[in-house]
Design a protein around this ligand. Structure first.
Ligand SMILES: [Ca+2]
Length: 602
């Protein structure tokens, strides 16, 4: 495959077509895709400054003209913002039109769960691929800078209404970053960081709020497993999101970690939203090709003045960085290394429009997986940060009085009540959260319970049971954000007597549900591989811990771990973040089936 690495400068286009193409609306062209080597004919339906948009002829009914026009109006602004932040795609503008092609077609069964994808296969000619012994890939490359969009996106697949156009702009931001990434690095990119950059692109394009379900799933996963799941992986591996919560969490992590990078380095030369370009730039080779790797990340942070050795440096290593991020996830400081936002006066839990629930750890995980996994424990309960943190040793302590295990009790806790009965709420954590108060969502249908589609409103009066209500969802809102919610189910009783308090029939007693509304945008993608991995949404109840036998392949590395201890004032003030041994060195057995062309073998 190294034969495909040509001696090309990073900003030099390598045009493969004989003559410049200048596509116009109405043009017809044959495209190919994985699983569709026979090809299909598509027609150009819109041409912008930076893009061409194509729809497969056989499915033209799926995208009526008014929908196409609405989408077309949103693409150029997205591409411009992503280009400004991450860099140019000129090196891979294979057809030399100065634009990127987006083609809507019906994905074959093996990729039908995806909303869209990028594959670097498309950036090579059949001859190049054949010479590299990639015969199957040679049959479906487009030899063109093209991104694939599914005419059946997730909501239409689930039968929940029509094609969901709101998924398209954030997905385009996400997938287009993968194209920029390949143009900048020629595939010298670790998948976890490449995905994080694509999630940053979603934020920079202005669609951060579309990641809500993923952020909530991350919070649910932490709540269920007692630990922050891993997010730093080796090489081309990232968890397959269709397999459960692990993959979903990676996208939430990608978003939050990438914005943590920008927000932590804001104001430093090469920092802020320029941090991603700085990563590409930090280790450019003689051809001008950069990297998107752990090494170039740390080199960039060193150049920026954020990482290094010395008192002025915020972090000394990737381990430090991941621990700072994990701590920020828990503590939500307004500014400083334990802040996701790092801006005084801002809500510390709203990251580029995405509201991130406070994380709750009812019971610390007894083991950690590496790869940035972290847990938090009560020093008062355990006496010491004693999590089994692999080969790491606990060397760092931080102080916070913020609770991390949020409990809300209701009396009665669930079950039959009479209309007008008062439901008393109590939480030992309420008093220790600055500005804390209850918020309640009234759920009257099972669909609302499933999707938590009812709004949370401040509880100002005693909560009285209303006829026809199936359940109330309750959370604590505070200056640092909102906690995970707890659902209390109730039903009306005809019995006149008081004192049921019956918990026996509790339909949903107190367990925060995963409100997977299926609205996670940007479909799964494979940053630079030939076989796009799926990116389904997490389903409630799916196992939060998907390591299994993969733990055998975690490479143990000396790593710092972190503990936090409180000042002892509040009963739950003594916290321990005992965490994150063997960071960043997790290689799981379930690797992507196909490596990207031109991607360095690891
Ligand atoms: Ca082009």
């Amino acid at each position: 495959m190294s034969s495909l690495k040509q001696q090309i400068a990073a900003d030099e286009p390598r045009i493969t077509t004989a003559e410049k193409t200048d596509y116009q609306v109405g043009d017809s062209k044959t495209f190919r895709a994985a699983g569709r080597p026979e090809g299909f004919t598509a027609t150009a339906v819109a041409v912008g400054e930076l893009f061409t948009l194509w729809v497969v002829d056989a499915e033209s009914d799926m995208l009526p003209a008014d929908l196409v026009q609405r989408l077309a109006g949103k693409i150029d602004p997205v591409l411009r913002k992503v280009t400004d932040a991450f860099g140019s795609t000129v090196r891979v503008d294979l057809d030399g039109d100065g634009k990127t092609a987006f083609v809507f077609h019906r994905f074959p069964p093996e990729t039908e769960v995806l909303d869209g994808y990028f594959t670097s296969i498309d950036l090579y000619t059949p001859e190049q691929l054949t010479a590299a012994d990639l015969i199957e890939e040679a049959s479906y490359t487009n030899a063109m800078d093209v991104l694939h969009l599914n005419v059946l996106n997730r909501k239409s697949l689930e039968g929940v209404g029509e094609f969901d156009e709101s998924l398209v702009p954030p997905m385009i931001a996400h997938e287009f970053q993968h194209l920029v990434n390949f143009a900048q690095t020629d595939g010298s990119s670790e998948a976890w960081l490449n995905e994080a950059f694509s999630q940053a692109a979603v934020a920079i394009a202005g669609y951060g709020s579309t990641q809500k379900t993923r952020a909530q799933n991350l919070a649910v996963m932490v709540n269920l497993s007692g630990r922050i799941p891993p997010f730093v992986y080796e090489g081309s591996f990232v968890p397959d999101a269709s397999l459960g919560a692990g993959g979903t969490a990676v996208y939430a992590h990608g978003y939050l970690f990438s914005r943590y990078l920008a927000n932590q380095t804001r104001g430093l030369p090469g920092g802020g939203d320029s941090v991603y370009r700085s990563v590409f730039d930090a280790m450019r080779d003689e051809r001008g090709l950069g990297q998107c790797t752990s090494e170039s990340l740390m080199a960039a942070l060193d150049n920026i003045g954020y990482a290094g050795v010395g008192d002025d440096c915020a972090v000394a290593s990737l381990d430090d960085l991941a621990l700072g991020y994990a701590t920020a996830l828990f503590l939500r400081e307004e500014t400083g290394p334990h802040s996701l936002v790092n801006r005084a006066g801002s809500n510390p839990s709203i990251v580029d429009g995405l509201e991130v629930p406070l994380l709750s750890v009812p019971e610390p995980s007894k083991s950690l997986q590496g790869g940035g996994s972290a847990t938090i424990a009560s020093l008062a309960a355990s006496g010491a940060p004693g999590a089994n943190a692999g080969s790491g040793t606990q060397t760092k302590f931080a102080t916070s009085s913020l609770p991390v295990s949020y409990k809300i009790a209701a009396n009665p806790s669930s079950g039959p009540v009479k209309p007008g009965s008062q439901i008393a709420l109590s939480s030992p954590q309420l008093a220790s959260l600055p500005g804390a108060h209850y918020e309640v969502a009234t759920l009257t249908t099972y669909e609302q319970i499933l999707n938590l589609s009812a709004p949370f409103l401040p509880l100002e009066d005693p909560l009285l049971f209303e006829p026809g209500v199936l359940a109330y969802a309750v959370r604590i809102a505070s200056d640092r954000g909102t906690t995970p919610h707890t659902v209390f189910g109730f039903y009306e009783t005809a019995e006149p007597d008081e004192g049921e308090g019956d918990q026996g029939n509790d339909p949903s007693g107190g367990t925060p549900p995963s409100d997977d509304a299926g609205d996670a945008p940007s479909g799964g993608d494979q940053p630079s591989g030939g076989s796009p991995s799926s990116d389904g949404a997490q389903h409630p109840g799916s196992a939060p811990d998907d390591n299994g036998t993969d733990d055998a392949r975690i490479r143990q590395m000396p790593a710092k771990a972190l503990a936090a201890t409180g000042d002892g004032e509040a009963p739950i003030a003594a916290l321990a973040l005992a965490a994150a041994a063997s960071l960043c060195c997790m290689a799981l057995a379930r690797c992507a089936k196909k490596r990207s062309v031109g991607s360095p073998a690891r």
